[in-house]
Design a protein around this ligand. Structure first.
Ligand code: 2BA
Length: 109
């Protein structure tokens, strides 16, 4: 068995969860926050049999879109007044960040 941990954008989360569940996958949703943008995102835990791993990853790939997002981050250099000046940064977020882990044991007690 494998455990997929995937970080996706909130905009894609609901559709991704329904599609995975309709295909018979079990899903747990966590409300998370990205370290860089400090904005909300969604992390899903999906336990899958090894032979269904590629199917699950295929669904994630199909549903999750990449988007340009502008964030205001503190400047790494101090401005003339010696203060850190916020400036806008544009980044491409997603489609999805996916980790696949081996599951040593899977129990429902
Ligand atoms: P955030 O950390 O908020 O990052 C959002 C987007 O900002 C990233 O999109 C990336 O395009 C950009 N970014 C992140 N760190 C950066 C940096 N040091 N310099 C410049 N740009 C940077 P994604 O790569 O698609 O990541 C989306 C979200 O997935 C991340 O949100 C984070 O919550 C998660 N994530 C990505 N890589 C991860 C990793 N190695 N471990 C754990 N979580 C990760």
């Amino acid at each position: 068995m494998k455990l997929i941990i995937t970080v996706v954008q909130d905009e894609d989360a609901q559709k991704l969860i329904s599609t995975l569940m309709n295909e018979g996958f079990g899903v747990t949703k966590l409300a998370t926050t990205g370290g860089f943008l400090r904005a909300g995102n969604t992390t899903l835990l999906i336990g899958v049999d090894e032979e269904k791993l590629d199917d699950a990853i295929g669904i994630i790939e199909k549903v999750c879109k990449s988007r340009r997002q502008v964030a205001t981050s503190p400047s790494p250099v101090a401005g003339a007044a010696g203060m850190y000046v916020p400036y806008p940064v544009e980044v491409t977020v997603g489609g999805a960040t996916v980790f696949v882990l081996d599951v040593e044991k899977f129990l429902k007690l």
